[in-house]
Design a binder for this molecule. Structure first.
Ligand code: PLP
Ligand code: ZN
Length: 414
């Protein structure tokens, strides 16, 4: 049983049944899931959620599929860490890290795929497909395996080894497309027209994107049922950025938290920064960009929710900057060295952007700020390997160890 009622066009508000559809026939606007909020309000309490499973299915009443028959590999309910050390380094007194690196396939994409694969199976699909920048491929492959569905997964041909192996291990048909993500996405949009497959981020995208709301729900619950003052979120298509706020707003509609006044700030890599560039120029129209950055998971040059991201920046008083590849690597190291959390390149984008926003005074030092670390560093070892101290190599003798150790200790490295 779900409280989802319809798909509704974001632009002209025409309604459709809960089918596999992502655009409005009438105006080609994106469609979004609507709910019976009265029913949710009557049914849901903080206690009911707290007594639910330690996964995103504790928020089942806000999701567009039946939790009883869901594809569940344990996505969600990840730690919210009070980041005192990183906060001190950046001059922020009330900083938290939402550590979504510890999901089943080590990125937040398990949230969106849990919902999309569940709904796809309900709709009778036997094949799951996706256009991926890497993490989605891992998650679709894993969920399809657990669901007993076939997976056909499309990726650009320049992905990190960890993301390729991290998909292949689950046994999908993995398709490397000679081109960047925007080319992969175009191909999948065409294929979705003729193949009766559930492309999680194309024809069942409205269900997929609802999964990202659970990050908002969790953060609010983990803060003791309140929305944060400020969020810093990495932007690829912009879906995650927009849906975290929808999560806060729905908790408010359900009477579970006070009205959220959260400022939403975005984070992009300079090598793929269509939203940040439009924001800096004061424009509500972004220009698509050909990506060139080590943050491959965020390398979407023509973001589907780019416009809505700009609207949200404006509505909430947030900000969006961009950071260089060097800053990304420094951000990954800073997070690891201060908090013991190893994020992938998108995490480096978030931390470097957080640093930039703090330095520019765009985050008040006492604001309750949450930075979202959305994928694990073991997937993008290539990005940092060369920037780290190599291990000491010694013979198995005390003398050999001591001479090597003295040398580094003298440099102040150890
Ligand atoms: C996909 C992804 C994002 C952002 O996704 P959106 O397309 O903006 O919803 C952020 N971080 C990581 C690690 C991702 O894989
Ligand atoms: Zn419409």
């Amino acid at each position: 049983m779900s409280f989802a009622t319809n798909l509704r066009c974001r632009e002209c508000h025409r309604e459709y049944p809960l089918e596999a559809r992502h655009v409005c026939d009438f105006c080609f606007g994106p469609v979004e899931v609507t709910y019976d909020y009265e029913g949710i309000r009557r049914n849901v309490t903080r206690e009911r959620i707290a007594n639910g499973p330690a996964s995103l299915w504790r928020y089942r009443d806000f999701l567009p599929c039946d939790a009883e028959t869901a594809v569940d590999i344990g996505a969600g309910f990840t730690p919210l860490v009070h980041a005192k050390n990183l906060g001190k380094a950046l001059g922020l007194n009330n900083l938290y890290i939402k550590n979504d690196t510890v999901n089943p396939t080590w990125s937040f994409k398990d949230r969106v795929v849990a919902v999309a694969s569940s709904r796809a199976r309900e709709l009778g699909y036997s094949k799951l497909a996706c256009a991926s920048t890497g993490n989605l491929a891992n998650s679709v492959s894993a969920h399809a395996a657990a669901a007993g569905m076939e997976a056909v997964v499309f990726i650009p041909n320049d992905l990190e080894a960890g993301k390729v192996v991290g998909s292949s291990i689950y046994g999908p048909t993995l398709v490397k497309v000679r081109g960047n993500y925007d080319a992969v996405n175009r191909l999948c949009a065409e294929l979705a027209g003729s193949y009766n497959w559930a492309f999680v981020n194309v024809n069942v995208r409205p269900y997929y994107s609802e999964g990202s709301k659970t990050l908002g729900f969790e953060v609010a619950e983990q803060l003791g049922w309140r929305a944060p003052d400020h969020c810093v979120v990495p932007i690829a298509s912009g879906s995650l950025f927009v849906k975290i706020r929808k999560g806060f707003q729905e908790l408010y509609k359900a009477g579970l938290i006070d009205e959220p006044k959260t400022r939403m700030s975005g984070a992009q890599a300079t090598g793929c920064s269509p939203v940040a560039t439009a924001w800096q120029e004061g424009s509500m129209n972004f220009r698509p960009q050909r990506p060139n950055t080590i943050a491959k998971s965020l390398a979407i040059g023509n973001p589907a929710d780019g416009y809505y991201s700009l609207v949200q920046l404006q509505e909430t008083g947030g900000s969006c900057g961009s950071v260089t590849d060097e800053e990304i690597v420094a951000g990954i190291k800073l997070l690891a060295e201060t908090e013991g959390i190893f994020g992938e390149t998108a995490g480096g984008v978030t931390v470097a952007s957080l640093k930039q926003l703090a330095a520019e005074g765009r985050i008040d030092p006492d604001e309750l700020t949450v930075a979202f670390i959305t994928g694990a560093g073991f997937k993008t070892l290539e990005a940092v390997a060369e920037a780290l101290n190599p291990p000491l190599e010694v013979d198995a003798t005390i003398e050999s160890f001591e001479s090597a150790y003295r040398a580094v200790a003298a440099q102040g490295v150890a």
